[in-house]
Design a protein around this ligand. Structure first.
Ligand SMILES: [Cu+2]
Length: 823
């Protein structure tokens, strides 16, 4: 309903048709005039659709031109859609990879729920859903709609498309057209011939003024400035002295503004809210004890940084402490934060849900719990259908049990393993991101190490298509290699941990910085450009002269430059120099300009008009960075299909908030040479949000069944009125493998050993190796908790006797590296 109002109220009138090109119409039987003798349906077209709905098709004389059109009536709809489309055989138009096409049709509809939807023929996978490019408003009289497709993805030789009706009502379509709109690429790329200038490799500049703070967190504000959060900056002395720092960096004026910082936000979580304020989640309550027996502790407090006032404002408390939590923006504007260490330094299994509408963290019972331990800074990426993809990227030690990557359905509380991630236990501080465009639902995970074992970082890049029926990671191209400080080249399998990946406005991904090992000083100097369209890394780029290892981050700036900051090697020092990278596209002549934006407020499912000073081939929205520890699960590039009339361009914003969670985005356009404009800020979803009205039926056919929460701990939902302290809470890593999570607290009503072991058994735990037996589950001291001998002769109510001294603590998520003295 809301969607309908938005579409009707804010959408612009379609542009007049301008026969700009004399390109051929690629559609066969475009006017639907010729009927197939057998089916009496227009030749080369089919009745297409899916889901639970009641529908009829009719060939009608109520045509836009000629004597035939096709009308669809939807009388009842539970889900799915119905559409008229080109037949998925030789009739479907042939396309060229990398080209763009203008698609148009005439239509009228009594329903606001109509989307122009595209399928593509993958040379390997066959016909697959590609993307929705435009929402078509309800119109009484025949209306023309035209839209330019994104670039045809690799491995595609045909497409088919149509208007999908997904609400009750009728839709009549006629006069389909499709023309190649590709602007030819300029010939003679000097870089292909071995050019080494900045137009081929880009250029790094180290700023004359270093950052005044140990910038561990970088959050781009919609003011164009960058919030640099240090907190105590991984400096015990600063923590002891209560010296916590934040600075706001202006990358245009190159100036810094100090911000009073009320608590230690060192290794907090952060994400922008729909109004541009920054939600800061948890942080550091206390450093680890010097002997390493007690780990870092997470703050239970949360703040919101307001760019309008340059102040932190406290929110209500979290349910649990969180040090190293991740925070993911949801389609309704809320935020889900999870993972990290709690107030007692054990891993927390508590989900935190921030309601944007209520401006507060929700209480237990409203914040849905899976009681799963997600590790530290788990990369949780919001998918088109509202589920979260845990990519396997995390901080410290091995990955989670199982395949190390999963789909988490927060609403239905299921966790389903996703296969294929190579070296899943060496993805500590790897980089994961939703590739451009977000509509393609592909995630790339690159590099990584393992702080506990400290192998050489690897160069494996894995990719997953989350629109596939049974999504699985598949190997991608290896990360390009760089050089070490002494100039020697990387060899063999050597790769990078701590690398940064940054989406650029031309739709490519810059990867930069990193090191061979965690927490040592062995930086790797390299940068390269990944192109999602070709699934390749390009030629080596200029590399940042400053090492960018632990606690480094990189951020796209609104003008298309990239900021790189931070380096905190194992000796505890911190390199506060600031680097700025100008990608090659800034050395290729004049940039296209966005000369006007009709509205700065964009509702979902609307068309938005802009003007440009020169022809452009694509437009996008990029969500501003909120990055730390190679982790920015919210980073995304949303393609904006265009309707072009000279220098006036209408941009079609998706109707699905899960593809582009509400908030401020950087709008940019790109010309045929691949040069992007300086971006303009627009705010999307300003009038409240709607759930996805149209969700494709993809990724539902997982081969793996949902599993119990990966770190099985506690009941599916907390009984009402039970406080955390009385229930199953926390995550003790002292049992089983290093990433096994046994509750730190059991309910008080539970008897000490037998009941706990029964409960653990009921949650799928077998006998567990006991490293530190704080629950007394290894009564006979054979090193195995809940083994057979642990119950014999035990009298309820008596204390278990330990016959074996617990071994010393080992590095783990509960006992991470900062526990080691720095000097
Ligand atoms: Cu850290």
């Amino acid at each position: 309903m809301l969607l309908a109002l938005l579409a009707a109220g804010v959408g612009l009138a379609p542009l007049a048709v301008s026969p700009a090109r004399a390109a051929a119409n690629l559609i066969t039987n475009p006017g639907l005039e010729t009927l197939d003798a057998a089916t009496q349906f227009p030749q080369c077209f089919e009745k297409s659709g899916w889901g639970d709905n009641d529908f009829t098709y009719a060939v009608t004389a109520d045509a836009h031109s000629g004597s035939r059109a096709v009308r669809i009536d939807l009388a009842r709809r539970a889900d799915g859609d119905r559409k008229t489309m080109m037949l998925e055989n030789a009739c479907a138009p042939k396309v060229v990879e990398g080209h763009q096409y203008d698609l148009s049709l005439w239509y009228k509809s009594t329903s606001p729920d109509v989307a122009l939807t595209l399928f593509r023929h993958d040379k390997t996978a066959g016909w697959v859903f590609w993307t929705d490019v435009k929402t078509l408003p309800k119109v009484q009289a025949y209306t023309h709609e035209e839209v330019r497709t994104p670039q045809i993805p690799a491995n595609t030789d045909q497409i088919t498309w149509g208007a999908a009706l997904y609400g009750v009502g009728s839709l009549t379509t006629d006069d389909y057209a499709m023309a190649d709109a590709t602007v030819p690429e300029p010939p003679d790329d000097p870089c292909k011939a071995g050019g080494t200038g900045p137009e081929c490799k880009g250029e790094w500049t180290v700023q004359s003024a270093p950052s005044p703070v140990r910038a561990i967190h970088s959050v781009l504000l919609h003011t164009g400035k960058v919030l640099l959060i240090a907190g105590s900056g991984n400096d015990r002395d600063a923590f002891r002295a209560g010296t916590f720092k934040t600075s706001v960096y202006d990358p245009v004026a190159n100036t810094y503004t100090d911000i009073p910082t009320p608590e230690d936000f060192f290794c907090a979580g952060h994400v922008q809210l729909p109004d541009g304020r920054v939600l800061v989640v948890g942080g550091n309550k206390d450093y680890a004890s010097a002997d390493g027996t007690v780990g870092y502790k997470g703050l239970k407090t949360s703040y919101i940084f307001d760019p309008a006032t340059n102040k932190y404002v406290k929110t209500n408390d979290l349910l649990s402490g969180h040090w190293y939590p991740s925070a993911t923006a949801l389609g309704n504007g809320d935020v889900l934060a999870l993972g990290g260490l709690g107030e007692d330094s054990s891993g927390t299994v508590v989900n935190e849900h921030f309601s944007f509408a209520q401006n507060k963290w929700l209480p237990m019972g409203q914040a849905k719990q899976s009681w799963a331990f997600w590790g530290l800074y788990p990369a949780m990426i919001l998918l088109q259908d509202g589920r979260l993809f845990y990519s396997g990227s995390h901080t410290f030690g091995p990955g989670l049990p199982g395949t190390g990557a999963s789909l988490y359905d927060y609403d239905n509380n299921t966790i389903t393993d996703v296969p294929g991630l190579r070296k899943k236990d060496e993805r500590d501080q790897s980089a994961s991101l939703l590739l451009p465009p977000a509509q393609d639902q592909k995630v790339l995970t690159a590099g990584g190490g393992n702080h506990t074992v400290a192998p050489d970082a690897h160069r494996l890049v894995d990719l997953i298509d989350l629109k596939a029926d049974a999504p699985a990671y598949k190997p991608g191209p290896d990360l390009p290699q760089g050089v070490y400080k002494d100039g020697t080249k990387q060899k063999g399998e050597e790769g990078k941990v701590y690398l940064s990946t940054v989406i650029l406005p031309d739709g490519k991904v810059l990867e930069t910085g990193g090191a061979l090992h965690t927490y040592r000083e062995d930086p790797v100097f390299s940068a390269s450009m990944y192109d999602p369209a070709t699934n390749t890394f390009g030629r080596p780029l200029a590399s940042d002269p400053v090492p960018r290892t632990y606690h480094s981050s990189s951020t796209l700036l609104p003008d298309g430059r990239v900021l790189s900051i931070g380096d905190n090697p194992g000796d505890g020092s911190f390199d506060q120099r600031v680097s700025i990278y100008k990608p090659p596209y800034l050395f290729k002549g004049a940039r296209p300009q966005i000369t006007s934006v009709a509205s700065q407020s964009w509702a979902y499912g609307t068309n938005q008009r802009i003007t440009v000073d020169t022809p452009v081939v694509k437009a996008s929205l990029i969500r501003p960075a909120a990055v730390t520890h190679s982790s920015d699960p919210n980073q995304r590039y949303v393609d904006l299909p265009m309707t072009v009339d000279g220098n006036t361009v209408d941009l079609s914003l998706t109707s699905n908030p899960n593809l582009a969670p509400p908030g401020w985005y950087m709008l940019s356009v790109v010309d045929a040479k691949g040069v992007p404009s300086v971006s303009k800020w627009v705010r999307i979803g300003p009038q409240g949000q709607v759930a996805a009205a149209r969700v494709q039926s993809y990724a539902d056919e997982l081969t793996a069944a949902p599993k119990a929460p990966s770190a099985p701990a506690g009941p599916k939902s907390a009984p009402k009125g039970v406080t955390l302290a009385d229930g199953y809470d926390g995550c003790d890593h002292a049992y089983g493998t290093v990433s096994t999570c046994v509750p730190w607290n059991f309910p008080k009503l539970t008897k000490p050993v037998a009941d706990r072991c029964d409960w653990l058994k009921s949650k799928g735990y077998g006998p567990l190796e006991a490293r530190r037996d704080r629950h007394g589950l290894d009564r006979n001291g054979d090193g195995v908790a809940c083994g057979k001998g642990d119950f014999r002769g035990w009298v309820p109510g008596t204390k278990p006797v330990l016959t074996k001294k617990p071994p010393a603590a080992e590095p783990s998520a509960a006992n991470p590296p900062e526990a080691k003295p720095h000097h």
